[in-house]
Each structure stands twice: as C-alpha cells, then as structure tokens.
Design a protein around this ligand. Structure first.
Ligand code: HEC
Length: 154
C-alpha cells in the first residue's frame, strides 16, 4: 500500500492542508531542518546521490519523450532507470537495510509507481491518449517529494 498515495491523491482537502503545511515549513527550514538523518556508509551515500541525480535526469528524459509522442521510449526509460528493473539492478535491497522502514517503503513505492507508469505509457502508444500516463508520472514524482521531505543522508 502506498503511504503517500493514500494520503494525498484521494482527498483534495488533505492535499491543501499538506500544501499549506509545506509553505509554513518552507519558512522554518531556514532555521531548522526537521528531516530525519539516515546514516549510510560513505561509498553508499556517494552512489545513492549519483543515482538520485540520474533519477532527475530520467524524469527530464521521460517528459521529453512524452512531448515527442515517443510513449514506448518514455516507458522504457522509466522501467530501466526508476522502475522495478532499476531496483534490481542498483542494489536497492542492500541499501534499504540501512533505511528506516518508512523510507524504504517510499523507495519501493517509487519503483512500483515507475513500473506502473511504464505500463501507462505503453498504453498511451496504443490509444494515443497521454493523460493517464501523466497522472501515473505524477505518482512517481510524489514519492520523490515524500522521501525528500522526510529524510536526508549523512
Ligand atoms: C526513498 C527515498 C528517496 C526517494 C524515493 C527519492 N530520493 Fe532523491 N534523495 C533522497 C535522499 C535521502 C537524498 C539526500 C538528501 C540530503 O541528504 O539532503 C536525495 C537527494 C536527491 C538529489 C540530490 C543529489 C545530490 O547530488 O545531492 C536529487 C537530484 C534527487 N534526490 C532526485 C530524486 C528524484 C528525481 C526522485 C524521484 C524520481 C528521488 N530523488 C527519489 C532520497 C530519496
């Protein structure tokens, strides 16, 4: 079950509260950082951050592919770099042993959401309708946001 999805997608008023909460938080973060600190071994932290930068690049490449109507390609990028395939390739299991349970759950949900997006993108190719794929993509980025709001590594 997606912890973040359950809270945010189905109840617009919750969403508003959340947004207001984030604005308040924005003002406070200058003075204090309430994210939980997670300790990774040095090499793991460096690798993780490198993967993170690739996540962001992947999102950009996915958006570009969608804009060009290259739906299959968008799906492939998502599956290979963010989805369940990426999870197996990049030792996410090993990393998750160092994570608090809530953080690992968000990570797993991100991989699952990316694989769901890959399916939605491939459907978009068939029906020539991109909106469900865009909605599925926002489920992916929501997991990025959730984890970044909650955790940092040291
Ligand atoms: C399970 C948790 C988690 C998920 C999911 C996650 N991130 Fe991160 N990400 C982190 C943490 C922790 C950091 C380090 C933050 C810190 O220590 O200040 C980070 C840092 C980053 C950075 C900065 C890298 C650097 O070199 O400093 C980028 C860019 C980034 N994430 C992109 C993404 C994108 C894009 C997604 C979604 C597709 C994503 N992340 C999903 C946990 C996550």
């Amino acid at each position: 079950m997606a912890p973040v999805q359950a809270e945010q997608t189905h109840d617009p008023s919750m969403h508003m509260q959340h947004m207001q909460g984030m604005q308040t938080m924005g003002a406070e973060t200058a003075a204090s950082d309430t994210r939980a600190i997670v300790h990774f071994p040095d090499q793991m932290r460096i690798h993780t951050l490198a993967h993170m930068r690739d996540h962001l690049l992947a999102l950009s490449e996915i958006q570009e592919a969608l804009a060009l109507g290259k739906f299959e390609k968008a799906g492939e990028i998502a599956e290979q770099r963010l989805g369940m395939t990426a999870m197996k390739l990049h030792g996410a299991k090993e990393r998750s042993q160092y994570m608090p349970e809530a953080m690992a759950a968000i990570g797993s949900e991100m991989h699952r959401a990316a694989s769901r997006f890959a399916v939605a993108a491939s459907n978009a190719a068939v029906v020539d309708e991109v909106r469900p794929a865009l909605a599925a993509l926002s489920d992916v980025t929501r997991q990025c946001v959730a984890c970044h709001n909650g955790f940092r590594v040291q």
